[in-house]
Design a binder for this molecule. Structure first.
Ligand SMILES: [Fe+2]
Ligand SMILES: [Fe+2]
Length: 311
């Protein structure tokens, strides 16, 4: 059974849970509440006192989960920023997790779309939430799959917020879904080749480069024959490593739409930080020197002014 996780910080006492609730102890999941039971304050306090931070639901209950999130969203503006940050982290981590396990399933795609929509609503009106997401998802990651998961979550959040601030006509939903999926092919690579996602391109040999440069196409390949997948999303995934200098891959394009350039820049920045472990401020400074020509100067300047607020 696969599980969707939900932070306890998003639950108010008295909530009637619309799904079966499981608690993870060690590597095992224990059934804790039945569907339609009440999450009363005694139960919540007992879990919190034991240091439990999340509960879990069966991933087959994803429709109930989406309905539940819909209700949470109705009152989102009334809730504190910590609640909104937890909610945004929950939905984006669950989506990234499902993408890494089963990318080309319609359920996964629908959840990514839903999460992208929630992130737009949550990050649009707040500066502290993006900082919260980026900081939390980065610190929790140890194994490679978790770090890629964090990289997907960050890339989605940063690109949605940046595109929103640009006040352009970028399709934020397509951008968000593509950001979730951009490196989804990670799990298709052998354990050995997965390490390339954490290696600087400058340090790769010719064989490693040719393996790594296939990843955008691999991320698209499982989705391209699916009727539920949006063409704009597929094109964005395919071009997320392209640069306007023609130095990107796989097609060495020299013309990118604003949406393509935004995704490429945000994914590049967060790879440097989350995957290669570099210091965010140093990455931002280096981008303004080394990436001139790879991205339009005006966009780089706007990116620096935008991101400085969250470092
Ligand atoms: Fe990539
Ligand atoms: Fe990436």
């Amino acid at each position: 059974m696969n599980f969707i996780s939900i932070r306890l910080t998003t639950i108010s006492p008295g909530l009637i849970v619309p799904f079966n609730v499981y608690i993870k102890v060690g590597n095992n999941f224990f059934h804790y509440l039945h569907e339609n039971d009440e999450f009363d304050s005694t139960r919540l306090d007992r879990l919190r006192n034991k240091g439990v931070k999340k509960f879990h639901i069966n991933s087959n209950d994803e429709i109930k989960y989406e309905n539940f999130l819909g209700q949470q969203l109705e009152n989102i503006q009334l809730n504190p920023e910590t609640f909104k940050t937890s909610l945004a982290l929950d939905v984006s981590e669950n989506s990234a997790d499902m993408i890494l396990k089963d990318a080309n399933n319609e359920k996964t795609y629908t959840l990514a779309k839903f999460s992208s929509d929630i992130l737009q609503k949550v990050v649009a009106n707040s500066d502290t939430i993006l900082r919260g997401i980026v900081t939390q998802s980065r610190t929790g990651s140890t194994d490679l799959a978790s770090r890629i998961q964090a990289h997907l979550v960050n890339t989605v959040s940063i690109s949605i917020k940046f595109a929103d601030e640009l006040k352009s006509n970028i399709n934020l939903n397509a951008l968000g879904i593509a950001a979730f999926y951009h490196d989804s092919s990670f799990t298709q690579f052998s354990v050995q080749d997965q390490k390339l996602f954490f290696k600087d391109l400058k340090e790769m040999n010719a064989q490693e480069l040719s393996i790594y440069k296939a990843h955008p196409e691999k991320s698209v390949s499982g989705l391209q024959d699916k009727s539920f997948a949006d063409k704009e999303v597929l094109e964005l995934i395919m071009t997320h490593e392209e640069k306007v200098s023609g130095q990107g891959f796989p097609r060495k394009l020299t013309k990118l739409t604003l949406s393509q350039e935004v995704l490429s820049l945000c994914a590049f920045y967060d790879r440097e930080v989350t995957c290669l472990g570099k210091n965010p401020q140093e990455v931002l400074d280096a981008i303004m020197i080394e990436q001139v020509g790879n991205y339009n100067l005006d966009l780089l300047k706007k990116f620096k002014a935008f991101l400085k607020k969250y470092l």
